[in-house]
Write a protein that binds this ligand. Structure first.
Ligand code: COA
Length: 183
């Protein structure tokens, strides 16, 4: 996920969100293995549901603030999607921006813990890449925490390559990796 410094939450590093995230994660029911999902555009109408889900996905103090979501989902250059269950509840989301240099920037992706390893992230990544492609984007970039091996495996499996290490990119001093894919 990208660090958007301007929109850091007020309760940055307070630890409160990690506790509530764990509490929510523990009570969520695991859906049946044959559960069906749809992919739909993500708009500012879903801001609160998306913000809550983000806090369950990023329990490392890097969850975005509501202001950040408002910025990301109302920006004209936003290219964002959600995966939903049959009852329309959100199981995952991906948010991207068209950058002025005509690259696509995936700022964040999250799948609810109980919906993971069902290829939802792969599906959302492919959908956002198609969305970018329709807007004449040829290069997609994203940042990922150097210690986030599962996300790196996801991106590598989709054809992304590490092009740069970003020392102390994250607020707790953790390094980031810049990953790029040509569409
Ligand atoms: C990373 C994340 C988005 C993956 O979502 P997902 O829907 O479970 O991913 P997929 O099912 O599409 O996985 C596709 C492939 O990615 C790799 N992968 C995904 N999660 C993995 C894990 N926990 N461990 C190892 N490999 C993993 C595997 O190669 C997997 O293929 P496989 O299941 O056939 O082995 C999800 O774990 C998440 O939301 N994590 C917290 C938020 C986060 O880290 N976001 C990324 C920020 S840069």
């Amino acid at each position: 996920m990208a660090v958007l410094k301007k929109f850091r939450p007020r309760w940055w590093l307070s630890g409160r969100q990690s506790e509530s995230a764990d509490a929510h994660a523990n009570i969520a029911l695991v859906p049946p293995i044959n559960a069906r999902y749809d992919v739909r555009p993500l708009t500012v109408s879903q801001i609160d549901e998306c913000w809550r889900l983000d806090q369950r996905c990023f329990v490392d103090g890097e969850a975005y603030s509501r202001d950040t979501f408002e910025y990301l989902l109302t920006a004209p250059e936003s290219v964002s999607y959600r995966a939903v269950m049959q009852n329309s509840a959100m199981a995952g989301f991906v948010i991207g921006l068209l950058e002025p240099d005509h690259t696509g920037h995936i700022t964040t992706i999250g799948i609810a813990p109980e919906h993971r390893r069902r290829r939802l992230a792969s599906c959302l990544m492919e959908t956002i890449e198609s969305g970018f492609q329709r807007r004449d984007v040829r290069i997609v970039r994203l940042e990922v925490r150097a210690s986030n091996v599962s996300a790196q495996k996801l991106y590598t499996s989709l054809g992304y390559s590490i092009t740069q290490r970003l020392p102390k990119y994250y607020s707790n001093g953790g390094d980031g990796l810049l990953m790029i894919k040509s569409l």
